[in-house]
Design a protein around this ligand. Structure first.
Ligand SMILES: Cc1ncc(COP(=O)(O)O)c(C=O)c1O
Length: 393
């Protein structure tokens, strides 16, 4: 009766949700403060004071902020976003190359809708953000999974070289990465760029680089993110304020298309049209104005860094093997037994909720989202210790 594909995908996609529901049960049984829920990438912190005050001001001002506007967003907002992004990336972006979107998720769907023909392939790197294959499928594309180098969690360049075909339409890069927290090195990105150029020549095709960047402001240890727009001419950024301003429920982000893309004006028309016909129509109007005022603002990155250090150091002391994340708010350690699903079920005994790596295309690992409070992290440390002890028995 229903779409068979949706019903099948519902079952396949229920991993993180199922853990969340387990959490609800445990909270009801033991009390919220006794349950250590690290399943969702939903920041616990409030938006910065500046953002809250801007919201209040804009709501009380009478400036016609709640109306429809061009499907691409308010022009003054696109101008501010373009200016800020040009400063950050070193690539001169006109406001016409920006579309305001309903978060990064809305942006990705608009991009894929605009570029994909039936059965064209989109490459993603495992471990990957769980939703990518659904988004690709939404628009008739086929997902092709490329491995990562398991020592660095950066793309496996050899595997990428093998998997590109005449049907490859795009690759999706996500750095800082969910679920690993890894930032791809400039050198790696340049190697990817070389491969793409060679393959484009070989097949006489054009391959888009879609850079999914909801974590581009959550970067630690003084690292500077390499500029995707500078490295890849054929690139489109999908950005979001969900994490950088703790506004995930407000659904606000933007797309920026590289001015060097051939027929970029046609692409922009397609992106704006896709925003309209996918039913987004336009990004939320009030929050377009809010983020335009807040382009230089972020949540306190030091808070996340402190949480990362606390939990990472503890896990290393307990003998876990884990790459130290340089960005985002996730850790992706190796499970202490082979079966990550069994490991995650063992963790439940200690009221510890984490997500198996299997769902991210990387069995044998598990994800910890450390965007929860420092108290939750501190209180969870003995639970990790008890779990490690049980695995070693
Ligand atoms: C890698 C990645 N891409 C996209 C999204 C979607 O973000 P948004 O809330 O901006 O739609 C998320 C959210 O967790 C994510 O982790």
């Amino acid at each position: 009766m229903l779409s068979q594909k949706v019903v099948t995908n519902l079952t396949n996609a229920s991993g993180i949700r199922a853990m969340f529901e387990q959490g609800e049960k445990l909270r009801a049984l033991y009390g919220a403060d006794k349950v250590f829920d690290f399943t969702l990438g939903n920041p616990d912190s409030e938006p910065p004071e500046f953002v809250k005050n801007t919201i209040k001001k804009l709501v009380s001002d009478d400036i016609g902020v709640h109306k429809y506007m061009n499907n691409a967003g308010f022009m003054d907002v696109r101008e501010k976003v373009a200016k800020s992004l040009s400063n950050e990336t070193g690539v001169d972006l006109p406001a016409n190359n920006i579309v305001m979107t309903c978060g990064a998720a809305g942006g990705l769907n608009i991009i894929l809708k605009s570029i994909l023909n039936p059965d064209e392939e989109v490459i993603i790197f495992a471990p990957y953000f769980v939703e990518y294959s659904f988004y690709i499928d939404n628009h008739g594309g086929r997902t092709v999974i490329v491995k990562s180098d398991m020592n660095t969690f950066e793309p496996d360049i050899g595997d990428l070289d093998k998997k590109i075909t005449s049907k490859t339409k795009a690759i999706i890069i996500n750095s800082p990465n969910n679920p690993t927290g890894v930032i791809y090195k400039e050198e790696t990105l340049k190697k990817i760029s070389e491969i793409l150029k060679n393959k484009e020549k070989e097949y006489n095709t054009s391959i888009f680089v879609i850079s999914d960047e909801p974590y581009n402001k959550l970067v630690y240890d003084g690292i500077k993110l390499p500029s995707i727009l500078k490295i890849f001419d054929n690139s489109i950024l999908g950005c979001s304020f969900s994490k950088s301003l703790s506004l995930p429920g407000e659904r606000i982000g933007f797309i920026a298309a590289n001015p060097k893309i051939k027929e970029v004006n046609l692409l922009m028309d397609a992106l704006i049209f896709a925003n309209r016909i996918l039913g987004f129509v336009n990004a939320p109007s009030l929050f377009q104005k809010v983020v335009a005022e807040s382009m230089d603002v972020t949540v306190d990155i030091e808070i996340y860094k402190k949480r990362r250090d606390l939990i990472y150091n503890h896990l290393i002391n307990l003998g876990f093997s884990c790459i130290k994340p340089q960005g985002a708010f996730y850790l992706f350690p190796k499970a202490l037994i082979d079966d990550d699903v069994e490991f995650v079920n063992m963790a439940l005994k200690y009221n510890l909720l984490v997500v198996p790596g299997k769902g991210f295309g990387c069995p044998g690992y598990f994800r910890i989202a450390y965007c929860s409070s420092i108290e939750t992290i501190e209180n969870s440390l003995p639970a990790f210790e008890a779990l490690a002890k049980e695995c070693r028995k």
